[in-house]
Design a binder for this molecule. Structure first.
Ligand SMILES: *[C@@H]1O[C@H](CO)[C@@H](O)[C@H](O)[C@H]1NC(C)=O
Ligand SMILES: *[C@@H]1O[C@H](CO)[C@@H](O)[C@H](O)[C@H]1NC(C)=O
Ligand SMILES: *[C@@H]1O[C@H](CO)[C@@H](O)[C@H](O)[C@H]1NC(C)=O
Ligand SMILES: *[C@@H]1O[C@H](CO)[C@@H](O)[C@H](O)[C@H]1NC(C)=O
Ligand SMILES: *[C@@H]1O[C@H](CO)[C@@H](O)[C@H](O)[C@H]1NC(C)=O
Length: 368
C-alpha cells in the first residue's frame, strides 16, 4: 500500500509539469482574450476583436506574444520538438502598392524584444543582428525590398534565423492545386492564411499560404532545418510588425498553435471582418481632383475650339469694306459655279482650275 502510494505521488509529481505545460492555442479573433495575449509597442485589440500590430503611422512597432513560454526542446536530448501554427493576417498599406514595412511570426527568448522598427521588423536591432546567442527564429512577410538584407522583392516570405538576411525566401504565392502556383499580394488588404509547420524528425520547415480557408497541399517555402541549436528550451511565440517611412496597418485576425501536432484549422469566415475600405477619404480626394482636372481640361478644350473658330472665321478688314467684297465663301462659290460644273470651267491656270460664275446678289459684307 505504501509503495502504491509512493508510486502515485511519483506519478503525480511527474505529471504536474507535463500537464500544466500548455501545448495548444486557438484564437478565432481576440475579443475576449483578456490577459492571454501580451501586447507591446502600439499593438492593440480593437473592439471588433481584430489584433492590430501597427497602424499607418511611420516608424512604429507592435508585438503580440502568448504570455507564457512554451517548452520547445527535450531537455535530455536537446532536440527541438515539432510544432505547427496557422494564422490569419492582413496588411492594409497607407498607399496602395506601397507597403511598410512587414509582419513576422516569431519564436524568441523574450516577449519584450529590444528591437527597431522599419527594416528590422521589430525583431532585432542593429547591434544584435546576426548574433547566434539571440535564439530568434522568424518567418517574415516583408512588403519592402531592403537591399541591405538582400531582399528578393517587395512581396516575399522568408525564413530568418537571428538575422533579417533570410536563409530562404520566395515571392508570396500559393498553390491553387498541386501544380498551379498563383501570385499572392501580401499588401492587398485582404485576409491571408499562413501555416508554419516544423517536423523535428525530418528536420524540415514548411510555410504554406492561401487566400482561402483550406490548406494547399504544397508549401510555398520548404527549408531543411534543425531548430535544435537555434531554440532555447523555453521560448515565447508571437508576432511582430513594424512600419518605416511608408506604413501599413498590420492585422492578426486569428491564430492557432500546437506543439507536436498539427495546429487546428482556422475558418476565415469565422473571423472578425476587417475594417471596411477606409480609403473613402482618399477616394473622395481623388474623385474631387479628377473632377477638377476634367473640368479644367474641358475648359481649355472649349477655349481652344473658340479661338480656332475665331481664327478661321473670315475676317473682314476695314480696307475691304471700302472697296467692296473680295472674298466669297465656299458655299457662295459652289452656288455661283453650279457646283463647279465642267461646263463652267474656263481653263487651268497657275492657281488651279478657273470657273465662270455668276454671283446671285451683291451682299453688303458690313451687314454680315
Ligand atoms: C498610430 O498609433 C500611434 C500610437 O498609438 C498614434 O500616436 C498615432 O496617432 C496613430 N496613427 C493613426 C494614423 O491613427
Ligand atoms: C539590442 O538587442 C539586444 C538583445 O535583445 C539587447 O541586449 C540590446 O540592449 C539591444 N540594443 C539596443 C540599442 O536596443
Ligand atoms: C552576442 O550577444 C551576446 C548576448 O547578448 C553578447 O554577450 C555577445 O557579445 C554578442 N556577440 C557579438 C559578436 O556581438
Ligand atoms: C542562416 O543564415 C545565417 C546567415 O544569415 C547563417 O549564419 C546560418 O548558418 C544559416 N542557417 C542555416 C540553417 O542555413
Ligand atoms: C513539408 O513539405 C513537404 C513537401 O511538400 C512534405 O513532403 C512534408 O510532409 C511537409 N512537412 C510538413 C511538416 O508539413
Amino acid at each position: 500500500m505504501a509503495n502504491l502510494l509512493k508510486l502515485f505521488y511519483v506519478l503525480l509529481f511527474l505529471s504536474i509539469p507535463v500537464s500544466s505545460q500548455l501545448d495548444e492555442l486557438f484564437y478565432a479573433g481576440f475579443k475576449d482574450v483578456g490577459t492571454n495575449i501580451a501586447l507591446s509597442g502600439v499593438a492593440e485589440i480593437q473592439t471588433s476583436g481584430i489584433l492590430r500590430l501597427t497602424n499607418e503611422t511611420s516608424r512604429l512597432m507592435g508585438h503580440a506574444f502568448y504570455p507564457s513560454a512554451f517548452r520547445f526542446k527535450n531537455s535530455n536530448t536537446g532536440k527541438a520538438y515539432s510544432f505547427s501554427t496557422c494564422f490569419a493576417l492582413a496588411i492594409v498599406p497607407e498607399y496602395p502598392k506601397l507597403g511598410g514595412h512587414g509582419f513576422a511570426f516569431t519564436i524568441a527568448t523574450s516577449k519584450d524584444l529590444k528591437a527597431l522598427p522599419s527594416q528590422y521588423l521589430g525583431l532585432l536591432n542593429s547591434t544584435d543582428l546576426g548574433n547566434f546567442s539571440n535564439h530568434l527564429f522568424a518567418v517574415e512577410f516583408d512588403t519592402v525590398q531592403d537591399f541591405e538584407f538582400g531582399d528578393i522583392n517587395d512581396n516575399h516570405v522568408g525564413i530568418d534565423i537571428n538575422s533579417l538576411v533570410s536563409n530562404k525566401s520566395v515571392a508570396a504565392a500559393y498553390f491553387s492545386d498541386d501544380s498551379t502556383k498563383q501570385d499572392l499580394n501580401l499588401k492587398s488588404g485582404k485576409s491571408i492564411l499562413a501555416w508554419v509547420d516544423y517536423d523535428s524528425a525530418e528536420n524540415i520547415i514548411n510555410v504554406t499560404l492561401s487566400p482561402f480557408s483550406s490548406k494547399p497541399r504544397t508549401p510555398i517555402l520548404s527549408f531543411p532545418l534543425d531548430l535544435s541549436p537555434v531554440l532555447d528550451e523555453y521560448m515565447y511565440v508571437g508576432f511582430s510588425a513594424s512600419t518605416g517611412l511608408l506604413a501599413s496597418s498590420h492585422y492578426l485576425l486569428g491564430w492557432s498553435f500546437k506543439m507536436n501536432g498539427p495546429a487546428r484549422d482556422i475558418d476565415l469566415s469565422s473571423l472578425p471582418s476587417l475594417p471596411g475600405p477606409k480609403k473613402k477619404h482618399t477616394s473622395l480626394k481623388i474623385g474631387v481632383s479628377v473632377t477638377v482636372v476634367v473640368f479644367a481640361l474641358a475648359s481649355i478644350a472649349i477655349a481652344l475650339y473658340l479661338i480656332r473658330r475665331m481664327r478661321n472665321a473670315d475676317i473682314i478688314e476695314s480696307w475691304e469694306l471700302e472697296i467692296g467684297p473680295h472674298r466669297f465663301s465656299y458655299q457662295e462659290l459652289k452656288k455661283a459655279t453650279k457646283g463647279f460644273k465642267d461646263k463652267e470651267l474656263l481653263g487651268h491656270g497657275g492657281f488651279g482650275r478657273v470657273y465662270k460664275g455668276t454671283l446671285p446678289k451683291f451682299q453688303d459684307p458690313s451687314r454680315c
